[in-house]
Write a protein that binds this ligand. Structure first.
Ligand code: ADP
Ligand code: MG
Length: 250
């Protein structure tokens, strides 16, 4: 479904990604781990069309992102959830509005030719909230009335709204307490089981990644040094850098 070939990225001559290549199949959960500054978010931004690769190509079912960039179908197919949920929600918007916006933008009404009826829109927003374990009472609230974990649930609901095929989760648990992290992992597993969606799960936490992901990519200074199963990563580590990451894990 997603295919990245020879992706390189430099910022003002500074090489940040080198010859990145990997693919994500429908329904797959792929982990991407590496230390801070190794280039994980830059890969995510290139996939979202937020950064332009210096070299290489990103293909979606064989079509290039670079030529398909402006099409809303690309923006609909890949969604992202960021590390800081509070910063990625508009503080002046109710939760209802934050979730209605992507539905309207991508015209995800049940009848694609007509506009959303207000009642139908509310029903869909309620449904999205329920999918992430929140109820309709949250609709009229603002982000500052929610906990960080609840904000992240809203961000996940917002990512689900356009009916994406792939969700990039860029360190989605890092801002959360450990107990909330565990609840969020349960939610992500449930959603994966019920929605037809793949994840690219970015993290620097090897324990979390090996719990959620079937396949794991390890990135070190802009180079993917390992592409392994989650099991293989721990029991048959291919690369010295991965062994170092494992050794640093409590
Ligand atoms: P990670 O997400 O793994 O922590 P990033 O992809 O955010 O890493 O960053 C990788 C490297 O690229 C870092 O050295 C960072 O300083 C640099 N970088 C990221 N974005 C920019 C930018 N817009 N301009 C210049 N350098 C950048
Ligand atoms: Mg990052």
């Amino acid at each position: 479904m997603l295919q990245i070939n020879n992706l390189s990225k430099a910022f003002r001559g500074k090489q940040v990604l080198r010859d990145i290549r990997f693919s994500v199949a429908p329904g797959e959960i792929v982990g991407l781990i590496g230390m801070s500054g190794s280039g994980k978010s830059t890969i995510a931004k290139c996939m979202l069309g937020l950064e332009k690769p210096t070299e290489g190509e990103i293909l979606w079912n064989g079509r290039s992102l670079l030529t398909w960039n402006q099409k809303s179908s690309w923006r609909q197919a890949i969604q992202i959830v960021f590390q800081d949920p509070r910063a990625s929600l508009n503080p002046r918007w109710t939760i209802q509005r934050s979730l209605a916006e992507p539905l309207i933008n991508f015209n995800m009404a049940s009848d694609k030719r007509s506009k959303w009826q207000p009642k139908e829109l509310d029903t869909r927003v309620q449904q999205l909230l329920l999918e992430v374990g929140l109820d309709e009472r949250f609709m009229q609230r603002y982000p500052d009335e929610l906990s960080t974990g609840q904000c992240q649930r809203v961000c996940i609901a917002r990512a689900l709204a356009p009916g994406p095929k792939l969700i990039v989760l860029d360190e989605p648990l890092s801002a959360l307490d450990v107990t909330i992290q565990a609840q969020m992992l349960v939610l992500l597993k449930e959603l994966h089981a019920t929605q037809q969606v793949s994840y690219l799960f970015i993290s620097h936490d090897i324990a979390v990644v090996s719990e959620l992901c079937e396949r794991v990519l390890v990135i070190d200074k802009g180079i993917i040094v390992e592409d392994n199963t989650a099991q293989g990563l721990i029991y048959d580590t291919k690369h010295a850098y991965t062994r170092k990451l494992l050794a640093d894990t409590p």
